[in-house]
Design a binder for this molecule. Structure first.
Ligand SMILES: Cc1cc2nc3c(=O)[nH]c(=O)nc-3n(C[C@H](O)[C@H](O)[C@H](O)COP(=O)(O)O)c2cc1C
Length: 176
């Protein structure tokens, strides 16, 4: 049975992307999925800090843990048309161990926002750079207007829910 990691890249304790990610993990497989929250207490990457203190232990153990999964879901909050500083910082540190962070494994990208675009600019950005970090995006889904469309852990709009289910199904068929 394949092991799947769901990576939440928000630093909000009430993250809407985390809520969507948990829903997706439960639909994909309740027994072989693990939720990973990125650590917001790692210093901002600096070559000076790296040379002085080395790579933080939390980053080293995250890198090792990531290698133990067969595929990933990544939930991407959009900040100013891009990814969160937390996600960027974590990737910068991880890439100092090895640029092949995701081991050429498959990834499903999920993003949602309160506005109508559902994080589509952040998703597009991730699709551009993640191949350089060993990530293979096989499917993606953006949920706009989260508070209108996601209620009681369910996507209320029938058409949007069909699109969501198709994205999960594609990932499950190809990658799990
Ligand atoms: C600094 C900042 C920048 C933001 N920029 C965008 C943006 O470019 N596009 C967007 O749709 N939402 C933007 N938002 C709103 C976020 O989508 C919203 O805060 C969302 O809840 C973030 O996801 P999370 O709850 O999973 O952390 C921004 C929010 C913050 C705090």
């Amino acid at each position: 049975m394949k092991k799947i990691a769901g990576i939440s890249t928000s630093s909000s304790s009430n993250s809407i992307n985390r809520k969507l990610l948990i829903n997706a993990l439960n639909q994909i497989d309740q027994n072989n999925t693990t939720l990973i929250d990125l650590n917001p207490n790692i210093p901002i990457y600096s070559i000076d800090i790296e040379e002085r203190d080395g790579i933080p232990e939390e980053i080293q153990s995250l890198f090792t843990e990531l290698q133990s999964y067969d595929a990933y879901l990544i939930a991407i909050p959009e900040h100013n048309g891009s990814i969160t500083a937390l996600f960027k910082n974590t990737l910068d540190w991880l890439s100092r161990i090895n640029q092949n962070i995701f081991g050429k494994k498959d990834i499903l990208l999920l993003s949602t926002s309160p506005g109508p675009n559902g994080g589509k600019y952040a998703t597009a950005h991730v699709k551009n750079f993640i191949p350089f970090l060993g990530g293979n995006v096989v499917s993606d889904f953006n949920l706009g207007s989260f508070y209108d469309n996601f209620q009681n852990d369910f996507i209320t709009d029938k058409l949007i829910n069909t699109e969501y289910t198709e994205a999960l199904k594609h990932f499950r068929t190809v990658s799990v």
